[in-house]
Design a binder for this molecule. Structure first.
Ligand code: SF4
Ligand code: SF4
Ligand code: SF4
Ligand code: FES
Length: 956
């Protein structure tokens, strides 16, 4: 019998991965299933749905409710079908009078301790208990509520997004298992026994005070209305759903936007999503309220100067004004005097159009993207060594890893759904090595097998990776077969000579990295001798003066040990924003056309010129930092910024502000009045991911569809605005749907050749390269050869050069920065949601030793000074940092975290060195000068906005 997988159906127990099939008979239907499949799942695959309560197909079966009882020929009793594995020749009966009576009795017991308020219950119509009562034919209950019951059990409403109504709990423990098995947090337990058993969060705390990270897995798993989204309680059950992709991080989780009309009732993680398999984190699951927040920009606005109030105008007038200013500036200051920045939050199609606008309508290559400040070294470093600027694996690949090396990344906060998957593999026994100045949560994974922390000093990554490679080479741990067959020989010999030198030994490097030589040796051996070892890294690798060198060092390590080209291994950059991979793929950088085709390559350029009907500059244009410098020097006069807040996210804020103030025309397209928009002359309303069609590409190169679920608040999707601006500039663009833009991308980008919306509908998602060689995409890269030279990978020389940003007498501490789970990037979205409950200010973490020296206590206001600037944050004394290192997040603009970061940057890509700033810290009593000015300007610009809205309302 043919079985197809329906992502909307619950099969009761997880799929078995066995390749061996067994054939059994269920209610007379013959079915073959992989060995290890439960009888319940086998039946569901044959469309025979056995009643169930405690089973669900993303959790291991538990066998507590017994409602799924069946009869099996030749066996005594009525075994639970969820815990009974299917066996060859089995004959199963799922329906007869005896089973019906048994199930009705069980159900009666459940219902007798359950409020009979179905008609007014928020879960009405979406309650498995209600469904099962119907399925077993229960019409009346013989036991009343007179005896002991739980009907007065209290509600826990502490979590801003969901309510726990204990009176409705049937103690099936699905929530407890979801929190452990899926999320890996172990925040819930069943306390007590028998009648007294109940679900408890943490040490019997409320949900908000417990370890709960609000991922929603328990809410998803709950078969009753016990754990329920507040939005559903308030708005009622949804009426229809649209599958789309989360717009927060680079994991790219798929969700069903459950809708009532054009209002989102809830975001349900989609089981068919191949990046998340039905799991989510607090951001994608709950933090969508920003889309309808009162602060949304709802009308286009213009002004002549940033010291003037805004004037609300029509789209036509705003676009006409912007185009006229751009043309005037080019006429007066030359073709190169303008440029633009694409967004890693917008879709591929939108990003593609912005860089096309710049190259074909502005007629220069002054395009850049926020990847400049995060993963540009990944692009450079992986291209040099492996030939392709992208991670090599799928997320699922980690389930085959025996050793996981995490460098400068914090997956449980920044890529939470992948963090949970990684934790699952670590619980199964894979070894963990974390190289990070800070003790990250992954190291506290419950039931962790074998782990090591290499707490290196900020800025010494390359010294560490060289020391690891030195051990591998000098202790004979290389994979010589892989190197001989897959790597270019000369480059390898040179690298081997270089890395074998004693100056790279752990013992020599210990004084630099601060990590004990013995630990480095042990880590190198663990990584090199694991059957499958995988490296995951983040911005703690790239945002350094040697970011590109470190990426190449990581690639060297994987190549030397043969950990490339199969499941469970690889080099995996964890991309921060939802579409940072896509924005790089789409040609956002000044030197590369879409698909990483260099502008100097006449063949590639010729293809774009023929398709676009223009001549494209063959010289790379300006990068973001060069744009700022040129603006201050008066040569660069106008900028179009789509969905990116450079004034908050780029380093050395004073310098950025000076550059923005120098511009004659700044056009900002965004959903809110962000920090950059405060310096703008044209403000064009942006659209959120819920208001548009398109695609995002996640950190595993997976192209996922984004589907419109509500109309854009200001009437236009972002791509439509770019089209109109281009037309107003005299370069015609004509698309009626983003699918046509994707068709153009596919026709010009070899790695996207076979991508189309039609194919995405068929396949669900596609991982590029997707071309004739790989018609349905490439989950694992470099399986047989590398897209570089003659197909062989290139080892790279990675000399350690210490950053010039060092601790000194004046600035004795090193500041490093990172993210927190509940907030996202510059916080523009998450700060406008209830995620504020977890993190409503950035704080400075200081080691007790440094705190004691300075008399610092928790909550003290601290002045933080660097050679770039000064800001003030509150203190948290924490042992997560090593002495001499302080740490903060950068989610709140008034914190001014980037007022203190310097303009040091990566030698190859100009990616800023956010992760190392020498600072001094002292107790203070008032905000910094910059913070006071920030506050004043914030008030002033917001008042300009209010005045514009009031004037518009009056004229209407
Ligand atoms: S809260 Fe829901 S999932 Fe958890 S035990 Fe109760 S009914 Fe089951
Ligand atoms: S929301 Fe997530 S972390 Fe919190 S209790 Fe539920 S499953 Fe656990
Ligand atoms: S892990 Fe990332 S993509 Fe998934 S729900 Fe969370 S923020 Fe969204
Ligand atoms: S569903 Fe099988 S015992 Fe509960």
């Amino acid at each position: 019998m043919l079985q197809h997988f329906d992502p909307n159906k619950d099969y009761g127990t997880p799929a078995s991965l066995s390749e061996k099939l067994v054939t059994l008979e269920i209610d007379g239907v013959e079915i073959s299933v992989p060995e290890g499949t439960s009888v319940m799942r086998a039946a569901a695959l044959a469309d025979i749905n056995i009643p169930k309560l405690c089973a669900t197909d993303n959790l291991e079966s538990f066998g507590s409710c017994r409602i799924c009882a069946v009869q099996i020929e030749g066996r005594r009793g009525t075994p639970a079908s969820c815990t009974t594995p299917a066996e060859a020749g089995m004959k199963v009966t799922t329906q007869n009078d005896k089973l019906a009576k048994l199930r009705r009795n069980i159900m009666e017991l459940y219902i007798s301790d359950h409020p009979l308020d179905c008609l007014t219950c928020p879960a009405n119509g979406d309650c498995e208990l209600q469904d099962m009562a119907g399925a077993v034919g229960l019409r009346e209950v013989r036991y009343g509520f007179d005896g002991e019951n739980h009907l007065d059990a209290p509600k826990d409403t502490s979590n801003p997004y969901f309510t726990f109504d204990a009176s409705k709990c049937i103690v099936c423990s699905r929530c407890v298992r979801a929190c452990s098995e899926v999320q890996g947090t172990f925040a819930l337990t069943i306390d007590g026994r028998g009648f007294d058993s109940k679900v408890a969060a943490g040490q019997d705390e409320d949900f908000l005070d417990s370890e709960c990270v609000s991922c929603g897995a328990c809410v998803q798993a709950c078969p009753t209305a016990t754990l329920m989204e507040n939005s559903v309680i308030e708005m009622g059950q949804p009426e229809h759903s649209v599958v789309t992709t989360c717009a927060y991080c680079g994991v790219g989780c798929s969700f069903k936007a459950d809708m009532k009309g054009d209002q989102v009732v809830r975001m349900t993680p989609y089981k068919g999503g191949e990046a998340n398999h039905g799991h989510s984190c607090v951001k994608g699951r709950f933090a969508f309220g920003y889309a309808t927040h009162k602060d949304r920009i709802r009308a286009p606005m213009i002004r002549d100067s940033i010291d003037q109030p805004w004037k609300e105008v029509s789209w036509e007038e705003a676009i006409g004004f912007a185009a006229r200013r751009l043309k005037e500036i080019q006429a007066e200051h030359g073709r190169e005097s303008i440029g633009g920045i694409t967004s890693s939050r917008c879709t591929n199609e939108e990003t593609y159009l912005v860089q096309k606008l710049i190259r074909a309508a502005f007629l220069n290559n002054n395009t850049d993207t926020c990847a400049r400040v995060c993963h540009s070294p990944t692009g450079y470093g992986l291209k040099q060594t492996l030939g392709e600027s992208a991670g090599t694996q799928t997320f699922d690949s980690v389930m085959q890893s025996d050793c996981v090396l995490v460098i400068g990344a914090n997956p449980t906060d920044a890529h939470p759904v992948f963090g949970s998957l990684m934790r699952r593999r670590l619980r199964e026994g894979a070894s963990l090595i974390v190289a990070d100045p800070r003790h990250i949560d992954l190291l506290d994974t419950p039931h962790l097998n074998d782990s090591m922390h290499l707490p290196l000093r900020p800025g010494t990554n390359v010294a560490l990776v060289n020391a690891l490679a030195h051990v591998i080479v000098t202790e004979g741990l290389e994979d010589t077969d892989f190197i001989a067959s897959r790597c270019e020989g000369d480059a390898y010999s040179k690298w081997r000579d270089f890395i074998s030198d004693e100056r790279h030994s752990p013992e020599q490097m210990e004084a630099i990295t601060g990590v004990a030589a013995a630990d480095i040796r042990e880590a190198a051996r663990t990584y090199a001798t694991a059957k499958n070892a995988a490296i995951y890294y983040g911005l703690g690798v790239t945002e350094h003066s040697q970011g590109s060198t470190m990426v190449m060092g990581i690639a060297n390590l994987a190549l030397a040990t043969g950990n490339i080209g199969r499941e469970g291994v690889g080099v995996n950059p964890l991309r921060g924003q939802n579409n940072v991979q896509g924005s790089c793929d789409m040609g956002s950088f000044p030197h590369e056309l879409p698909g990483y085709q260099h502008v100097a390559d006449p063949i590639a350029r010729g293809r774009f010129e023929a398709a676009w009907g223009v001549q494209i500059d063959n010289e790379p244009g300006l990068r973001i930092p060069n744009m700022f410098d040129a603006a201050i020097a008066g040569q660069f006069r106008a900028m179009y910024v789509q969905g990116e807040d450079i004034a908050q996210s780029d380093p050395n804020t004073q310098h950025v502000e000076q550059a923005l103030r120098s511009l004659d025309c700044l056009i900002v397209q965004d959903i809110f009045l962000n920090e950059t928009a405060k310096f703008a002359h044209v403000l064009l309303p942006g659209s959120t991911f819920l208001e548009k069609n398109g695609t995002f590409t996640n950190a595993e190169r997976r192209i996922n569809r984004v589907r419109k679920v509500m109309p854009p608040i200001a009437g236009k999707e972002d791509w439509e605005v770019t089209v109109e601006l281009s037309n107003a500039l005299g370069y015609p663009m004509n698309y009626s749907h983003p699918s046509e833009i994707m068709d153009e991308i596919a026709s010009l980008t070899p790695s996207f050749k076979n991508v189309s919306y039609e194919k995405l509908e068929q396949e669900g998602s596609l991982q590029w390269p997707c071309n004739d060689e790989h018609p349905v995409g490439s989950p694992i890269m470099h399986v047989e050869s590398f897209p570089i030279g003659d197909g062989k990978a290139q080892f790279a020389i990675t000399e350690f050069v210490a950053t010039t940003e060092r601790a000194s007498r004046r600035f004795p501490l090193l500041l490093t920065t990172g993210r927190i789970l509940s907030q996202y990037n510059v916080g523009a979205q998450t700060r406008r949601t209830d995620n504020q409950a977890w993190h409503d200010e950035d704080i400075l973490e200081v080691h007790p030793h440094d705190a004691e020296e300075r008399g610092i206590k928790d909550g003290d206001w601290l002045g933080i000074s660097s050679r770039a600037g000064h800001t003030v944050l509150r203190a948290l004394v924490s042992e997560r940092m090593q002495p001499g290192v302080v740490y903060t997040t950068f989610h709140h603009p008034h914190s001014g975290a980037n007022v203190i970061t310097t303009d040091n940057s990566d030698w190859a890509t100009n990616c800023p060195e956010y992760k190392v700033t020498a600072v001094q810290v002292e107790k203070v009593t008032q905000p910094s000068e910059w913070q006071k000015n920030f506050h004043d300007n914030h008030e002033r610009q917001n008042n300009f906005l209010k005045e514009a809205a009031a004037a518009a309302a009056e004229s209407h």
